[in-house]
Design a protein around this ligand. Structure first.
Ligand SMILES: C[S@@+](CC[C@H](N)C(=O)[O-])C[C@H]1O[C@@H](n2cnc3c(N)ncnc32)[C@H](O)[C@@H]1O
Length: 209
């Protein structure tokens, strides 16, 4: 009887965690205040074997809380890098391979179209193409964003996956309440987009074989 209850509880918590399990060697890009990396590192179910957490901003231009979070991350054995452009990982990495590459709530912070496309779609296409070179054979890229037709229209994840040589991504609900200590920040200010929206999702991309 207790076995059945235990197994049911385990099954529910696995469903809730979705893809945030057995992450292996992890690279995080566009981490902003680094609070997601810090939280993930402390989650036993994430099973992280190594982590490099990166920010687009320079060390002198980080959002509130980032410096303290960076210290905690380093004390837990992970690495921090700054000025890392997710669309050009070859400028920062050589032969390293990662099981999981994560970009939480990507946003270029501009509405100016690029080559006739939404700038966020262009960024995601370039990020996926670059990330593909740094994945282990069964590795995956995970991107979380607001789950709404507006955001999906801006990012066009399926088209970006096709462009960059990935399968059509799988989508899982993203529940920020699982990640206690994660305080998402916007690109251009310190407010949180998580306050303005209710539904979020994580898109999981795997390379075409
Ligand atoms: C909405 S914020 C999210 C920050 C953080 N990931 C979070 O969830 O709180 C978007 C982030 O994308 C970063 N970003 C924009 N363009 C980027 C690029 N080319 N490479 C890496 N990060 C980028 C910004 O610096 C910003 O930190």
């Amino acid at each position: 009887m207790f076995d059945v209850i235990g197994q049911t509880v385990k099954a529910f918590s696995q469903i809730r965690l979705g893809p945030w399990q057995a992450l292996g060697d992890v690279l995080l890009v566009g981490e902003g205040n680094l609070s997601f990396a810090k939280t993930l590192l402390k989650m036993p179910t994430a099973h992280i074997t190594h982590m490099i957490a990166t920010t687009f901003e320079s060390e002198n231009n980080l959002p509130d809380g980032a410096t303290k979070n960076a210290q905690i991350i380093k004390c837990n054995g992970a690495q921090i890098m700054h000025n890392v452009d997710a669309t050009h990982l070859e400028k920062h990495f050589r032969s390293e391979k990662f099981d999981t590459i994560i970009f939480q709530f990507p946003n270029v912070g501009s509405r100016d179209s690029k080559y006739g496309h939404n700038p966020n779609h262009v960024m995601i296409r370039k990020f996926l193409r670059s990330a593909g070179d740094y994945l282990t054979p069964d590795g995956r890229v995970m991107i979380s964003a607001v789950d709404s037709p507006h955001y999906e229209g801006a990012f066009q994840f399926d088209a970006a996956a096709k462009f960059a040589g990935f399968e059509t991504p799988e989508t899982y609900p993203f529940d920020p309440s699982i990640f206690s200590g994660y305080s998402h920040t916007n690109t251009n200010d310190d407010d949180s987009a998580l306050d303005d929206h209710k539904r979020f999702a994580t898109w999981v991309f795997r390379l075409k074989k």
